[in-house]
Design a protein around this ligand. Structure first.
Ligand code: PA5
Length: 466
């Protein structure tokens, strides 16, 4: 007899559609099959095989930006050690470490650091607190940051592949001056690490002139695929996390998915096929859902990866994100009953790091004794199952990516899984997943408005529109 208990539900919902003992990550699309058939998904198999080949032999669109494929197993031991040494030096000197960068030069590091950190790290003071700059141009943000940095020992890394992006360049100019006033030129040199192109760009020139330690963003790796280069690895190491298991997790995922591209065995193939099958049925928005607040920036990183890679040529799935159960009390209404063009992908975490149960209360005035003694995570997981079922009933197909717990290794797997799926999915969509021509439009207007030399014609034109 089947006893209906939360443990059975745990088993049922976590019985994975696609998993392997080689990797921790599992992928399940059972809850999309009421919206798209298995045959419609399997139709993508032939082209997925081709796309994997053109990724591995680097013949696909945008193939000069396929260097990220080699990162998990191509990382030089001497580079890993150089990153660890620089991180140790910066850690010793810093109560606060500032990461300056935007887009792909910022989100990967923040995603991993926040996923691994104590939720209230800024109060706990374990290692340097990591703060961010150059990801906006807010004067008030900069003012508040400087206020904190006035009274803290700090160091920074400035990250820009092009070396010319305005937001980080402005932040770096301000913080470099601040450091020089605080510590003098010599000591400042020990507190700045630049991560940029090996030869091009203003940042490279400046770093060489000032004598800063530098790391290279490889030519063939674009910003949003760069978390497994020094762009992500240095800040992650300074924050106190081990970059070796992160790389090992990515390597394990790569080994697994290169063994077979079958939709039945390979989670990348399955995810890429199902999301495209859903897109072609009118599900044009994908919401990444998490139930762990520490995954907020993983969602932000994923949004950038997929949005910048697929949103072009007037097509692409719109990537959105929610954090449940928080957002069940805001966006939950829309997801349940709004426009029916949404599917969701839940990033599910099987085990929490710590255990805490709902306490028993003799008076039971709040009526909560029916869950007394249950781990909070179980309550959270029942919310996940309840929501999934409600959303399926409301017309929202559901995909599930699950990991046993959040640690360096599982995050490494997750990163490589999402990167590879993004490339394959972008190829299925028929776009170049490695360029971002649309990002230039706002920059051109901003340079024209600010009177940047070389933009005189655009300045004249844009002023007429105001
Ligand atoms: O993914 C990308 O390529 C972009 O998001 C870039 O990372 C972002 O625009 C920052 O560019 P850069 O590193 O050149 O400053």
């Amino acid at each position: 007899m089947l006893i209906f208990s939360s443990n059975n539900l745990f088993y049922y919902f976590r019985s994975p559609k696609i998993y392997s003992k080689m990797i921790n990550l599992k992928f399940n699309y059972d809850n999309a099959l009421g919206f798209v058939s298995k045959d419609e998904i399997l139709e993508y198999q032939y082209q997925i095989d081709q796309h994997f080949n053109s990724i591995y032999d680097k013949t696909g669109r945008g193939n000069d930006f396929l260097g990220w494929v080699d990162l998990p197993d191509g990382m030089d031991e001497s580079l890993v050690r150089k990153i660890e040494n620089a991180a140790e030096r910066l850690k010793q000197k810093s109560e606060v470490f500032v990461v300056i960068g935007i887009g792909g030069s910022y989100l990967g590091a923040r995603a991993v650091i926040e996923a691994l950190s104590h939720h209230f790290n800024h109060l706990k003071k374990d290692g340097p607190a990591v703060l961010y700059a150059g990801q906006n141009i807010s004067e008030d943000y900069m003012n508040d940051l400087l206020e904190i940095l006035d009274s803290k020992d700090y160091s920074l890394t400035v990250i820009s592949k092009s070396g010319t992006t305005t937001e980080p360049a402005v932040a770096f100019r301000i913080l470099k001056n601040h450091l020089e006033e605080k510590y003098g030129i010599e000591e400042t040199r020990q507190r700045i690490v630049a991560i940029t192109d090996k030869e091009k760009g203003a940042l490279k020139q400046l770093a060489d002139e000032e004598g800063y330690e530098t790391f290279v963003v490889p030519d063939d790796v674009g910003g949003r695929y760069s978390v497994l280069t020094p762009v992500g690895l240095l800040p992650i190491a300074v924050a106190g996390f081990d970059i070796r298991p992160l790389l090992a997790g990515a390597r394990r995922m790569k080994d697994h998915i290169s063994a077979s591209s079958s939709i039945d065995d390979n989670p990348v193939s399955a995810y890429a096929a199902v999301r495209n099958a859903l897109y072609n049925k009118g599900f044009q928005t994908e919401i990444m859902v998490n139930y762990e607040p520490r995954l907020f920036y993983i969602t932000e990183w994923w949004k950038q990866l997929y949005g910048e890679s697929e949103g072009k040529e007037n097509k692409g799935i719109f990537p959105a994100g929610v954090g449940f159960t928080t957002d069940l009390h805001s966006m939950g209404q829309y997801i349940q009953e709004g426009l029916r063009n949404i599917f969701e992908t839940v990033l599910s975490v099987e085990k929490p790091k710590n255990n805490y149960t709902v306490p028993q209360d003799d008076k039971n005035l709040d009526g909560l004794n029916y869950i007394a003694g249950k781990p909070i995570h179980e309550v959270n997981y029942m919310a996940e199952i309840a929501t999934t079922l409600a959303h399926i009933d409301g017309g929202v197909p559901n995909l599930q990516v699950s990991i046993p717990e959040i640690n360096e290794e599982t995050l490494g797997e997750l990163i490589f899984f999402y990167e590879m799926a993004c490339a394959v999915s972008g190829y299925i969509l028929g776009v170049n997943p490695f360029d971002q021509p649309g990002v230039e439009a706002y920059k051109k207007n901003m340079f024209a408005l600010l009177g940047k030399p070389g933009f005189e014609k655009e300045t004249g034109e844009i002023r007429k529109r105001l």
